[in-house]
Write a protein that binds this ligand. Structure first.
Ligand SMILES: *[C@@H]1O[C@H](CO)[C@@H](O)[C@H](O)[C@H]1NC(C)=O
Ligand SMILES: *[C@@H]1O[C@H](CO)[C@@H](O)[C@H](O)[C@H]1NC(C)=O
Ligand SMILES: *[C@@H]1O[C@H](CO)[C@@H](O)[C@H](O)[C@H]1NC(C)=O
Length: 399
C-alpha cells in the first residue's frame, strides 16, 4: 500500500475545496498562483480591517457576536455563572418564563383592555363605569369575580360578564387565586392585551381614550414593587421560602395591578413561586407573624423575574397619608373639581414604609426618562359619590 504524505490533511481539504471540479486540469504552477492569491487576499483584508485594540477578536473573521468597539462583548457570552445553584424546579420555571417573555408577540389588530372586577357582590359604581365605557365598544372587555353573592347588573356592559367564583378571604391566598382566575378567563380572549384589576370601590379618574393609550402605548406592566424594611415589609419574610426566594428579593406592593399579556401568561405558568407564598406567606404564622400574599407574591415575583418589565408603581391611586391602618375613604362632600384634578395630575408616587420612622420614599412616575401622571383609577370611594363623579366626567374636559 502506497503511503501518501505530501500535505497535512487540513491543507489538503482546503486545496480540494479551492480546486473544486477542475482540479484535475490544474497544473502545479496554477496551484501556486492560487495559493499566493489567497495569502495576498488575507493579508490585504487584515490590513483593511485591523484588529481593534479593545476587542482584538472583533475582526473580519468574527462578525458574529461582535459589536463595534465593544469591550468584552466580542463573543456570544454564556450566561453568567449563578452564585447559588438553582433547584431543578427553579431551572424549569426560569426556562418557561424566559421563553414566554422572549417569544411573545402582539397579534391582535384591535387590542382590548380587560377590566377585571374583584368584588363581594353588586358593583356600586356600575353606572359610572358605564359612562366611562360608552362609545368605546370593541376596545375593552369586562370580567366580574363576585365572591359572596350574585351581582345585580344595571349596565349592558356588565350583564353576562360574571365568571365562576370562589369565596375570598381578605389577606388569604384565596385573594391571589381569585386574581389568577380573573386573568385566566380574560386570557381566553386573544384580543385582550392589557389586564387591569379593580375593586368594587375603584373609580376611573381619566377618560377611556386616555386610559387605553396610556396602557397600550407602553411596554411595561404597572405593578407596585418596593422595599419596606419595616415589620410590615421585610418583617414578614420567612426563611422557609429559601432557597428560591431570598430576603434581598422580597418586595411589597399594592395588589391593584395592570399588566401586559406576557406577564399574565407567566403567572399562569408559575406554580413554584406561587406555592412558596401560598405555604409560607399567610396570616397567623408562627410567632404571631402575619404575611399577606396579595401584597408580596406579585411584587416579589416580578422583581425577581422581569424587573425591567414593570414600572414599580400602581396606576390605582389610594391615600395613605393619614397614617392609619386603612387608607382614606372619600365621601360625597369630599368630591370637588379640585380634588379630582389633583388626583389625575399627580406625577410622583409615594411609598410608605412601616419602619419606626415611617419613612416615605417619593419617586417620580417616569418611563424612558419622561415624567407622566401616575394614576388612571382611584380608591376608596363611598357609593354616595357616584352622581357627583358622573357629573364631573360628563361636563369636564380636564380628565
Ligand atoms: C421606551 O422607548 C422604546 C423605544 O422608543 C419603546 O419601544 C418602549 O415601548 C418605550 N418604553 C415605554 C415603557 O414606553
Ligand atoms: C423597577 O425596579 C427595578 C428594581 O429596583 C429596576 O430594576 C427597574 O428598572 C425598575 N423599573 C423601571 C421602569 O424603572
Ligand atoms: C352637566 O352640567 C349641567 C349644568 O351644570 C347639568 O345640568 C347637567 O346635569 C350636567 N350633566 C350631568 C350628566 O351631570
Amino acid at each position: 500500500m502506497k503511503k501518501e504524505f505530501a500535505w497535512p490533511q487540513f491543507t489538503k481539504n482546503l486545496l480540494i475545496m479551492v480546486g473544486s471540479r477542475h482540479r484535475s486540469n490544474l497544473k502545479r504552477p496554477t496551484w501556486i498562483i492560487v495559493l499566493v492569491f489567497i495569502v495576498c487576499f488575507f493579508l490585504l483584508a487584515a490590513y483593511i480591517y485591523p484588529p481593534r485594540s479593545s476587542a482584538s477578536t472583533c475582526s473580519l473573521f468574527n462578525s458574529q457576536g461582535c459589536s463595534v468597539g465593544g469591550v468584552g462583548r466580542t463573543f456570544n457570552k454564556p450566561p453568567p455563572v449563578q452564585t447559588r445553584e438553582f433547584t431543578d424546579k427553579e431551572t424549569e420555571s426560569r426556562v418557561v418564563i424566559n421563553e414566554i417573555l422572549k417569544y411573545y408577540a402582539v397579534q391582535s389588530t384591535v387590542p382590548k383592555v380587560a377590566f377585571m372586577f374583584l368584588t363581594p357582590g353588586t358593583l356600586p359604581f356600575e353606572k359610572l363605569w358605564h359612562t366611562f365605557f360608552q362609545g368605546h365598544e370593541g376596545k375593552f372587555s369586562v370580567y366580574v369575580h363576585a365572591s359572596k353573592e350574585k351581582p345585580i347588573h344595571v349596565s349592558p356592559y356588565f350583564v353576562g360578564r360574571d365568571i365562576h367564583s370562589e369565596p375570598v378571604t381578605w389577606g388569604r391566598i384565596s385573594m391571589v387565586e381569585a386574581e389568577r382566575r380573573l386573568l385566566a378567563n380574560a386570557l381566553l380572549d386573544p384580543d385582550n392585551q392589557h389586564f387591569v384589576l379593580l375593586s368594587d370601590s375603584c373609580i376611573p379618574v381619566r377618560r377611556f381614550d386616555f386610559v387605553y393609550n396610556y396602557l397600550l402605548l407602553t411596554s411595561v406592566s404597572f405593578i407596585d414593587s418596593y422595599v419596606d424594611t419595616g415589620p410590615h415589609g421585610n418583617g414578614r419574610y420567612v426563611e422557609r421560602m429559601l432557597p428560591e426566594v431570598e430576603k434581598k428579593d422580597f418586595r411589597k406592593g399594592s395588589q391593584w395591578f395592570s399588566m401586559k399579556r406576557q406577564h399574565a401568561l407567566i403567572i399562569m405558568a408559575d406554580s413554584l413561586y406561587f406555592n412558596k407564598f401560598k405555604h409560607h406567606c399567610r396570616p397567623n404564622m408562627e410567632g404571631n407573624r402575619n404575611c399577606y400574599s396579595d401584597e408580596h407574591y406579585l411584587p416579589t415575583f416580578f422583581n425577581m423575574l422581569d424587573p425591567g418589565g414593570i414600572a414599580n408603581w400602581s396606576v390605582t391611586y389610594v391615600d395613605w397619608s393619614e397614617g392609619k391602618w386603612h387608607p382614606r375613604s372619600f365621601r360625597a362632600r369630599d368630591i370637588t373639581y379640585k380634588l379630582m384634578k389633583k388626583i389625575a395630575y399627580i406625577d410622583e408616587s409615594p411609598h410608605y414604609t412601616s419602619d419606626a420612622k415611617r419613612t416615605v420614599v417619593i419617586q417620580p412616575c417616569e418611563l424612558n426618562g419622561s415624567k407622566r401622571s401616575c394614576y388612571l383609577f382611584a380608591r376608596k370611594f363611598y357609593p354616595e359619590t357616584q352622581d357627583k363623579l358622573i357629573h364631573f366626567f360628563s361636563n369636564s374636559t380636564t380628565f
